[in-house]
Design a protein around this ligand. Structure first.
Ligand code: MG
Length: 378
């Protein structure tokens, strides 16, 4: 049996993870989860799975849940996430939390000897050096769940890193890929939330439309696979069929292709080193590739520069993005203001190299609070 924990179990990746787990109950046992504030969703998950520990968003409903599910230990809030992550039984923790809230639980799970199936890319953007150091120190596995990184992981398996010339991550371009920058002036939140290929949570769908998602993924790839930034390339690929490619020094290129269904990378991480059985077939049709357009998507260029500089700057970029996306989702700013806020935050920040975990967490909170206070319409 593989023991599984899912943080963010009621979110998009979380639900798809539960779907994978429920189809193989002889192999997987769900031990711990964290849920949302949606009581109907939470109840349906708790009815389907017999978990030992469950973290609720807040302590408000604790009495209700404790009464309804007397065999489950309920905890809540940030400290509850840490309790689930540090739960004494080893296993795989799927981190499907959205945003910077994923960092501390990842660290605590590593310290308690759990393998991490990482869907929370912000963890590596903010603290890639500290996380990969901890992974080595505690001898656990870091299993990528992001589709591009899962593809690269599969392609790089059994290859020598020295034989690799570069790795290539594909980008669909998100909801507004066919619009010019001028046309982005008046786009709406509703339109931004319509991703052409993937069904995902709100934050990542907006991140895809701004191309910040690809920027975060470049930094994530750097930490996962250890390549310098000049060996990590991004290309536009409308169809989201090819997720990652590796170019070798001998002129060979290997790619990983699949249907755009997040259950495939989730299952690859959970079944690793085996593979699961998938019901659908990938139909090979026309596929297109175009060089990345850094003028159209300036945030991706900025993410490369921020990644190269390192230190606290990736945390600043990530925090500014997270706060700006929340403001966009709540109708407080326009789509293009997301870019402006991120660029200003980076320009105004004096970088610190080799930050501690505490530096990272405090900077994240401070930047997010400052931006929210400044732009939130009362
Ligand atoms: Mg991705």
């Amino acid at each position: 049996m593989k023991l599984i924990y899912v943080l963010g179990a009621a979110g998009s990746i979380g639900e798809q993870t539960l779907d994978v787990i429920s189809q193989d109950q002889d192999l997987f046992q769900l031990v711990g989860i964290s849920l949302s504030s949606d009581r109907i969703k939470n109840k349906s998950i708790l009815d389907r799975f017999k978990v030992e520990i469950c973290c609720l968003r807040t302590g408000d409903d604790l009495a209700f849940y404790e009464q309804t599910y007397p065999n489950v230990r309920f905890v809540s809030g940030d400290s509850g996430l840490i309790e689930v992550a540090s739960y004494p039984k080893k296993g795989i923790l799927v981190n499907a939390l959205s945003g910077s809230s994923g960092l501390i639980p990842t660290m605590k799970a590593i310290e308690s000897g759990k393998d991490i199936a990482l869907a929370n890319k912000e963890t590596l953007v903010m603290a890639g050096d500290l996380v990969t150091q901890a992974v080595r120190k505690y001898g656990v596995k870091l299993l990528p769940v992001d589709s591009e990184h899962s593809a690269l992981w599969q392609v790089l398996k059994d290859e020598k890193i020295d034989d690799v010339k570069k790795i290539i991550i594909t980008a669909s371009g998100g909801s507004f890929r066919h619009l010019t920058r001028a046309e982005l002036q008046n786009v709406t939140l509703q339109d931004a939330l319509k991703h052409p290929n993937w069904s995902m949570g709100a934050k990542i769908t907006i991140d895809s439309a701004t191309m910040m998602n690809k920027g975060l993924e470049v930094i994530e790839a750097h930490h996962l696979f250890g390549f310098p930034y000049h060996n990590i390339e991004t290309i536009l690929h409308d169809e989201s069929v090819v997720h990652g490619l590796v170019a070798f020094k001998d002129g060979t290129m290997k790619a990983s292709l699949s249907v755009s269904d997040m259950r495939i990378p989730i299952a690859y991480a959970l079944y690793y080193p085996n593979r699961f059985t998938y019901s659908k077939h990938l139909e090979l049709t026309h596929m297109s590739f175009k060089p990345m357009d850094f003028n159209r998507f300036p945030l991706l260029k900025i993410a490369y520069e921020v990644g190269i500089q390192g230190g606290l700057l990736p945390t600043v970029m990530n925090a500014a993005n997270e706060a700006a996306v929340k403001l966009f989702l709540s109708g407080d700013i326009s789509f293009l203001e997301i870019e402006t806020i991120i660029i200003q935050s980076i320009q105004n920040y004096k970088n610190i190299l080799h930050p501690t975990l505490e530096d990272i967490i405090l900077t994240d909170r401070w930047i997010q609070k400052e931006i929210t206070d400044r732009y939130r319409k009362r």
